[in-house]
Design a binder for this molecule. Sequence first.
Ligand code: SAM
Length: 267
Amino acid sequence: MENNIKAKKKFGQNFLKDSSILTRIIQSMPNNKNHIVEIGPGLGDLTQNLVKYKDTTAYEVDTDLISILESKFATEIENERFKLIHTDVLEAWDNKGTLHDSKYDLIANLPYYIATNIILRAFEDINCENIIVMIQKEVAQKFSAKVGDKEYSSLGVITELISKESRILFDVPPESFDPPPKVMSSILYVSKDTNVALDKDFNKFLKVCFSQPRKKLSKNMSSLIDKETLSNIYNELNLKETLRPHEVSASLYSQMYTKVKYGKQRS
Ligand code: SAM
């Protein structure tokens, strides 16, 4: 590997080496004036393409990669086209709440061990408008799943509610990386609806709803609320008692949550 760097498993390092994939990612970038944020620039292959088009900020946790990136992008750092931040991106979010102080699009080949967490944080980040990320295919399917799909879960519900559009752009095979990951990858695209902010406890509610995916939704919800409240909610929303978690639309989950929360506040 370049610069005698050995990929570190603990940081989820699989470097994208297929230039045709890099080109397709760049071609998928939204046509707007937003800043770019990249998480995990690695050896800088995607970064090199991003900085050609837009001002970019990148967050990298691995100290060994920082000096390589600093010398590779010395000119871009000097003329402020590129800003490199040496930190754990989740800590940056904890400290500042956002990864950039104006509108940005997140474009990255994510470390898979924290990919779900990163995407959920990007959903909450009010400055993040669009997300184009490489993640494990199975995870991308969960985020882009719609009601009725077998992959539909709390992630699909949240994505549906906070986005104008979400889909898988294309798949990427293990051979496109060095070292190759054990799984198939996909590029997930989410265009956020920036007018929507989800209640912080909504995710917890969904986790309960999907806790036993094959059981009836009413059974899962019975651990959360008493029988009578549950039956009232089903009546008010005109729901069949036999519904399973994957058969309920995102907007119905949102209405149910409001009723559960409102019912609890009254009691
Ligand atoms: N962008 C490069 C590419 O496409 O070849 C590397 C992608 S590699 C899958 C993931 C990158 O995320 C690595 O550079 C890794 O060091 C970095 N990384 C892992 N955990 C991180 C964290 N918590 N915060 C910031 N970067 C992280």
